[in-house]
Design a protein around this ligand. Structure first.
Ligand code: FES
Length: 215
């Protein structure tokens, strides 16, 4: 059994603890001084900005370097694709016509291909025109194959399988391909044999009366 004195003391203690933990009690103010980090926070923010600036600068620099490297790589690649000086020199061939006698052939090399140049006589010009082109395998007027009837300029490549025909040979006084027996006339037109087409006329022009430029 609890004595009245003890019971009273316990009630008092109970009431005090209720007051102590009640939410209605005012908060106890701490006497501890919190350090102020604002200064450090502000300066660290500035450092952060500097760090960002540096990052942007480095990214920009790498971007510029990358662009410069890409440009030089593309230029180097394109320069390998451009024609070299000797190839450009071969793009056109200049021929002095006064060195070719009347009634003679000359063969020049243009872009690795033989080009036949025939200084035709008036008799050969007449012969080239004295034909009914409807009878030809590859009908073509002589006037459509020359710019100046005196000069016949053709690629020296047989239109059958690409052999080089022989000049002043064959049944028609023009060129003969010995590989399979194709005969071309004095205008370079196919007249007999397996070749399907006339000898091809390359691009050319007369720079002046004595100078032919092939290409
Ligand atoms: S390659 Fe000329 S006739 Fe065949």
């Amino acid at each position: 059994m609890i004595s009245p004195i003890r019971s009273s003391a316990l009630r008092s203690l109970n009431n005090n603890s209720k007051r102590l933990f009640s939410s209605n009690l005012p908060l106890l103010k701490s006497t501890y001084d919190s350090p102020d980090f604002k200064h450090y926070l502000n300066s660290s923010k500035g450092a952060n900005n500097k760090s960002k600036d540096f990052t942007y600068f480095m990214v920009g620099s790498y971007g510029l370097l990358g662009a410069a490297a890409a440009k030089s790589t593309v230029e180097a690649f394109l320069s390998t694709m451009s024609a070299s000086a000797d190839v450009l020199a071969m793009a056109k061939v200049e021929v002095k016509l006064n060195a070719i006698p009347l009634g003679k052939n000359v063969v020049v090399k243009w872009q690795g291909k033989p080009v036949f140049i025939r200084h035709r006589t008036s008799h050969e010009i007449d012969e080239a025109n004295d034909i009914d082109i409807s009878t030809l395998r590859d009908p073509q007027n002589d006037s459509d194959r020359v710019k100046n009837p005196e000069w016949l300029i053709m690629l020296g490549i047989c239109t059958h399988l690409g052999c080089v025909p022989i000049g002043e040979a064959g049944d028609f006084g023009g060129w003969f391909c010995p590989c399979h027996g194709s005969h071309y006339d004095i205008s370079g037109r196919i007249r007999k044999g397996p070749a399907p087409l006339n000898l091809e006329i390359p691009q050319y022009e007369f720079a002046d009366e004595e100078t032919l430029v092939v290409g």
